[in-house]
Design a protein around this ligand. Structure first.
Ligand code: GAP
Length: 448
């Protein structure tokens, strides 16, 4: 584990306003995080890019926005109520609880408490099942509560609406239903910053296919989703890998599953799972709801449950991987320079405009004019709250690809200095041409 890199990234995210602790002013909540102004921008871009690629531009995939709170029976059908659980053991000494599969075994039936190093004998301290779903009450009466659950995956909202969507869209197989939204899990294993959160966002597609096409389409989705991270988001391919699940690792509903993993500072970990879920979910929902959830195939004039290929990815883990991948430390004239080498369309801003001197009203006025001239076409910010060196450092740290500085000469020669984030190369460009120059460079810029 590269603890140093992880702590540098956590500190950068906090310092620059990407991520804050959830409910921080009240002492915080474990594994619950808020996105600050810059984090919210990147998170929205990730979701927009995904939605644009899979919903807006594809004829065979439609979008959905289903409710977070779902009926208890949804999770009876999906198997979450029975099986979505961790086994926890309590240390007899410090009374803390741990996942039995995550602590060190001393010998048969004996485990080492990771907190106080006491011996945990599981004959005396039997591991208890702990369901990871968050329960709520949707009745107005305390005496007559109606139990409901916050969904632990967006997928179940898609399965529950399968017949509704088919009836209104008349889609033919293969077709997909896509959804971006919150999911909730009362995770026991915490730490590693935003890797495992109790509230997080998923981007999921349930791609319904003829059973005989499932194996082929599963392979296509694995390679499509891998290239989303490399080509669309610009993540380095040497930090990504595909890992196929072995038979004994597969979830009960899956016939095959491949994880796309990222090399986080704490090691290779899952960014996305692509699974062949067979017809398990539709079959189970049909059984429990007693509704007909089969698909009528007009070619063969038969009814059957389609299979489903599910690319399921996490917005927060994608965000985390993007920051880790872009985080760069350089030595510039004996000083450390921290740069986020994000692809320009992922960076929170594409350009920043500064006056060289904030007390010179002529420069401030011209800098604001330049800012207003670019900001509607290139997402930009104006800053005059520090000296120029500090302003550049701030923008490097948040990944802004271009800085425009208005100096005293600008008042007479009507030119500004354009500085590139990655190369730090500076050039003088006429104010009239600055917008066009940035737009041209944005098309060709490469992140290294
Ligand atoms: N519908 C399938 C499903 O939910 P999963 O592997 O449990 O499968 C899919 O989750 C993705 O959701 C993961 O690859 C990860 O990116 C994200 N994810 C899952 N649990 C998470 C958590 N506690 N915190 C942040 N992201 C999480």
């Amino acid at each position: 584990m590269d603890k140093n890199k992880l702590s540098q990234i956590v500190s950068l995210c906090r310092r620059r306003g990407f991520i804050f602790g959830g409910s921080e002013i009240y002492g915080g909540l474990s594994s619950i995080w808020d996105y600050g102004p810059l984090g919210a921008r990147i998170k929205k871009k990730i979701k927009d890019i995904w939605w644009d690629k899979y919903v807006t531009r594809r004829e065979d995939i439609v979008g959905l926005d289903s409710a977070i709170i779902m009926h208890r029976d949804v999770f009876v059908a999906s198997g979450h109520l029975e099986g979505f659980a961790d086994y926890l053991v309590e240390c007899p000494n410090c009374k803390k609880r741990f996942r039995i599969d995550k602590i060190d075994k001393i010998s048969d039936g004996r485990y080492l408490c990771p907190e106080c190093k006491a011996d945990i004998n599981i004959t005396d301290n039997k591991p208890k099942k702990f369901n990871l779903m968050l329960k709520t009450n949707v009745s107005a009466s305390e005496d007559n509560p109606q139990e409901a659950y916050l969904r632990p995956e967006t997928a179940q909202g898609i399965f529950a609406n399968f017949a509704n969507v088919v009836n209104v869209t008349h889609k033919k197989l293969p077709f997909g239903i896509a959804q971006i939204g919150k999911a909730f899990r009362n995770e026991v294993t915490t730490g590693n910053f935003i890797f495992r959160m109790k509230e997080f966002d998923q981007m999921e597609i349930e791609y319904f296919v003829k059973p005989s096409d499932a194996d082929k389409l599963y392979e296509l989705w694995v390679s499509d989703r891998y290239s989303f991270y490399t080509d669309t988001l610009g993540i380095k391919s040497n930090n990504l890998r595909k890992r196929r699940h072995s038979q004994d690792e597969l979830a009960h509903y899956a016939r095959a599953c491949t994880d796309i993993e990222y090399n986080f500072p704490f090691g290779w970990s899952e960014l996305e799972g692509i699974a062949n879920r067979t017809d398990y979910d539709l079959r189970r929902h049909a059984q429990v709801s007693k509704r007909d959830l089969t698909y009528f195939d007009e070619d063969t004039k038969t009814r059957y449950f389609p299979y489903v290929i599910e690319p399921s990815s996490g917005v927060d883990r994608t965000f985390f991987a993007l920051i880790c991948d872009a985080y760069t430390e350089e030595n510039v004239r004996g000083k450390k320079r921290v740069v986020l080498k994000l692809k320009p369309d992922i960076s929170p801003y594409q350009a920043a405009v500064f006056p060289l001197l904030k007390n010179n009203s002529g420069l401030v006025e011209l800098a604001r004019k330049v800012f207003y001239g670019v900001k509607n076409e290139v997402s930009s910010l104006y800053d005059d709250t520090a000296a120029i060196g500090k302003l550049y450092r701030r923008q490097d740290e948040i990944g802004t690809p271009f800085c425009i500085t208005v100096d005293v000469d600008s008042l007479s020669d009507k030119k500004v200095t354009l500085r590139q984030r990655d190369t730090m190369v500076q050039e003088r460009i006429a104010i009239d041409s600055i917008l066009g120059a940035i737009k041209d460079k944005l098309k060709t810029i490469k992140t290294s």
